[in-house]
Design a protein around this ligand. Structure first.
Ligand code: S3P
Length: 431
């Protein structure tokens, strides 16, 4: 297998670090910057593969985007009606956020477009966005009755409506809000548990009329969006690998600077603290409508906990690495209500279970979660990323506390969300 990496047990982890920009916010900065009037300057943009797919897609629709140095973009927005028909398929790569949000955004355009992606993305369910969009009047065709990409979108007039989402998904909510920009009448999305609210915050920041309320959000159509400056905070989902590493590797202490701690995303901090982890928030502040803090993490004794309900959407991308923390905790951790993990970049319930067990972990898969029996050491061995960036990095974190070297195959995928992960890890190790 390509890109195999060896990770040896670490003595300790020490130092100060920054993680790359938030992936969700980076996607949205390109989308809204493109639909705004005038220039948007983005700082701290994540130059990961997923976000670069979004960037190329908007260039493919005639938007001028200048990359001027490390994480800085200038987007020449052309207004709500400024996108041009792409003359080729828009390639979303591995990025579910790109495909689902753009499906909403493209549904109400005056042109035809086609979205596709890599073999993983072409297997992921799209009906969750195409079905409610169809109820707004969207004309979208795809394999499996509109469920699987490639998706062909024939732009059409949309009608705003109220939708009760059966899943707490920011991608579904955001797709409908973006379609709502082009609809006649307002669009309202209700969800059972609140999913991440970056779209609402950024839409409001650009000048849209967005009204969040308990249980949902409403957007008014055809706002004037104004180009502005977006400073992207560090991605808490990337910080999570170093939080868990700092907790489980002996004698560690790390300060992670400028991490987004939006309450719809910070479940990982709450869960790791519930397990007994020492994580302190320093210098809490707000940057461009998003809360940010520095995070200080120290080695801690962890205990197993029960996780479910509203914990799940607030930590949805962090379960691979939370499972690693659980494997080193005393007692058992039970994760429930997390069926969504089955349809992420890979089936993460199956992947976590298979890979931790290869190292001697004691993990059981549930239909909607995992049971992780902690308290035993992990061995060295050979594991696979399943082509999933977060599985690859979680296995690297597990390896830091394993008894012997762990070989992880197919690690190129870490560039999806965290270019520079391996170098940063090497810098923090004290062996
Ligand atoms: C994202 C929403 C989440 C998350 C994904 C990014 C977003 O997906 O897992 O990594 O940027 O809106 P769901 O909306 O499917 O839960």
């Amino acid at each position: 297998m390509t890109d195999t990496r060896c990770v040896t047990p670490a003595g300790s982890l020490q130092g100060e670090l920054r993680v790359p920009g938030d992936k969700s916010i980076s996607h949205r900065s390109i989308m809204l910057g493109s639909l705004a009037e005038g220039k948007t300057v983005v700082r701290g943009f994540l130059q990961g593969e997923d976000n670069l797919a979004t960037l190329r897609a908007f260039r493919g629709m005639g938007i001028e985007i200048e990359e001027c140095g490390e994480g800085e973009l200038i987007i020449c927005g052309r207004g709500l009606d400024g996108l041009r028909e792409p003359d080729d398929v828009l390639d979303c790569g591995n990025s579910g956020t790109t495909m689902r949000l753009m499906t909403g955004l493209l549904a109400g355009q005056k042109f035809h477009s086609v979205l596709s992606g890599d073999k993983y993305l072409r297997r992921r369910p799209m009906r969750r966005v195409t079905a409610p969009l169809a109820e707004m009047g969207a004309r979208i065709r795809g394999r499996d009755g509109g469920n699987l990409a490639p998706l062909a979108i024939e732009g059409s007039p949309l009608q705003g409506r109220t939708y009760h989402s059966p899943i707490a998904s920011a991608q579904v909510k955001s797709a409908l809000l973006l379609a709502g920009l082009y609809a006649k009448g307002s669009t309202t999305v209700y969800e059972s548990h609140r999913s991440r609210d970056h779209s609402e915050r950024m839409l409001a920041y650009f000048g849209a009329e967005v009204r969040p309320f308990v249980g949902g959000v409403t957007i008014a159509p055809r706002p004037r969006l104004n180009g502005c400056e977006v400073i992207v905070p560090g991605d808490i989902s990337s910080a999570a690998f170093f939080l868990v590493a700092g907790l489980i590797v002996p004698d560690s202490e790390m300060m992670i600077r400028s991490v987004g701690i939006n309450p719809t995303r910070s479940g990982v901090i709450d869960l790791l603290r519930r397990m007994g982890g020492s994580i302190e928030l320093k210098d809490e502040r707000e940057v461009c409508g998003e809360p940010v803090a520095d995070l200080l993490v120290r080695t801690s004794r962890l205990q197993g906990i029960e996780i479910g309900g509203e914990d799940v959407p607030r930590a949805i991308d962090e379960f691979p690495v939370i499972s690693v923390a659980a494997a080193f905790a005393e007692g058992t951790t039970v994760i429930r209500d997390a069926r969504e993990l089955r349809v992420k970049e890979t089936d993460r319930i199956a992947a976590i279970c298979a890979e931790l067990n290869k190292l001697g972990g004691r993990v059981e898969a549930l239909e909607d979660g995992l049971i992780i029996h902690g308290g035993n050491e992990l061995n060295g061995g050979q594991v696979s990323s399943h082509g999933d960036h977060r599985i690859a990095m979680s296995m690297a974190v597990a390896a830091l506390r394993a008894k012997r070297e762990v070989r992880i195959s197919d690690t190129g995928c870490t560039a999806t969300s965290f270019p520079g992960f391996w170098d940063l890890l090497a810098q923090l190790r004290r062996d």
